[in-house]
Ligand binder design. Structure first.
Ligand code: FES
Ligand code: FE2
Length: 352
């Protein structure tokens, strides 16, 4: 294909502007599948600190607290759960789900200052979510993660979750939503007959129909805030592959300003013959996740690991609405009273 070029002698090498966000995004972040959170404390290293997550024995709810015990600094994730409290392994101070110390086995009086941060959590779609606002605000009611219809249908396997550390700011992963031109080189898609993005408030959707190695694919990927993306797709099948319907998660939880945990999830229709065995289903899901290594959701990681943040990308007419997507994402990087009203409106960007 011959293309018009702007080549002139006076064109200077382009200077990439590269600054990462100066704060963490605000919103709900998916931190794993519900079955992963038990009465065994789990250590999470997110948002530049260490957290402990556990399921209360009484309430059966997931609780997340700051992990460092303010008595003498032990990590509560090394402790144990009693009722809805977590017991520090060092001197057995007991910390309630509200973050208040509620027992010191050897003290007459609990010091007034004995309180740690308790983080808001929620469960939906067989997943657990953590709220984070750098300004300390409570969860925003309209940003609560909805129960997504297809995730609650019968006949799906459990979520299979894989976590991978990535050394880059979490915003790098978000660009994917608008990046129409990477689906061929990175994921092997071809003949993209439809590609559009829809922005509305804190929700952002990518619709794509294209040829894939498993036949014609119809795909819908939606972010609910900055840290939970559910992808739902069907493949028509071809000579080598049967028709397929599946869901995946492509998510991030910041671990520091320069790193994030890439959290991928997979859910498939239960194959015939595996209905009675969760073990067989999870084994099958493991093979599905491994199959995503070369061309699937893990293919981007090779790019993310070594890429630079670019604030001023040179975009061409065949690119997706990268700038619009970034404007949408910026709402999570500013205090709530600075979010532009215009972002509430539904906007459709059709780049088919
Ligand atoms: S460090 Fe936690 S009880 Fe002492
Ligand atoms: Fe991608």
């Amino acid at each position: 294909m011959s293309q018009a070029t702007a080549k002139t002698e006076s064109t200077k090498p382009y200077i990439i502007a590269s600054t990462s966000p100066s704060r963490y995004p605000r919103g709900w972040f998916c931190i794993g599948a519900d079955y992963e959170f038990t009465d065994q404390p789990m250590m999470l290293n997110y948002f530049g600190t260490s957290l402990v997550a556990y399921r209360g024995e009484d309430s059966k709810k997931v609780h997340v607290l700051d992990a460092y015990c303010p008595h003498m600094g032990a990590n509560l994730a090394d402790g144990c759960v009693k009722g809805d409290s977590v017991i520090c392994p060092f001197h057995e101070w007991s910390w309630g789900a509200d973050g208040f110390c509620n027992d010191i086995p050897y003290a007459k009086k609990i010091p007034e200052k004995a309180r740690i941060r308790s983080w808001d959590c929620m469960e939906a779609n067989e997943l657990v979510y953590l709220w984070h606002d750098p300004d300390g605000g409570p969860p925003i009611e309209e940003q609560k993660i909805p129960d997504i219809e297809q995730a609650s249908e019968d006949g799906w396997t459990p979520w299979y979750i894989r976590r991978v550390p990535v050394e880059n700011n979490c915003r790098e992963l978000i660009d994917n939503m608008a990046d129409k031109a990477h689906f061929g080189p990175v994921h092997g898609s071809s003949n993209i007959v439809h590609f559009s993005n829809i922005s509305e408030g804190h929700v952002y959707t990518q619709l794509m129909n294209a040829d894939s190695a498993m036949g014609f694919m119809e795909s819908n990927a939606t972010y609910y805030g900055p840290g939970f993306m559910l992808h739902h797709a069907t493949n028509s099948g071809n000579a080598e592959n049967p028709p397929r319907r599946y869901m995946s998660l492509v998510m991030n939880v910041p671990t520091s300003m320069d790193s994030f945990e890439f959290l991928a999830g997979f859910k498939e229709r239960i194959p015939v013959g595996m209905e009675g065995s969760i073990e067989a289903q999870m084994e099958y899901m493991k093979t599905i996740a491994e199959g995503a290594e070369e061309r699937g959701v893990f293919a981007d990681m090779r790019i993310w690991q070594n890429k630079v943040t670019i604030n001023n990308p040179i975009l061409c007419d065949g690119d997706g609405p990268v700038t619009k997507l970034r404007q949408w994402y910026d709402q999570f990087l500013v205090p709530i009273d600075q979010v532009p009203e215009s972002l509430k409106e539904r906007k459709v960007y059709d780049k088919s």
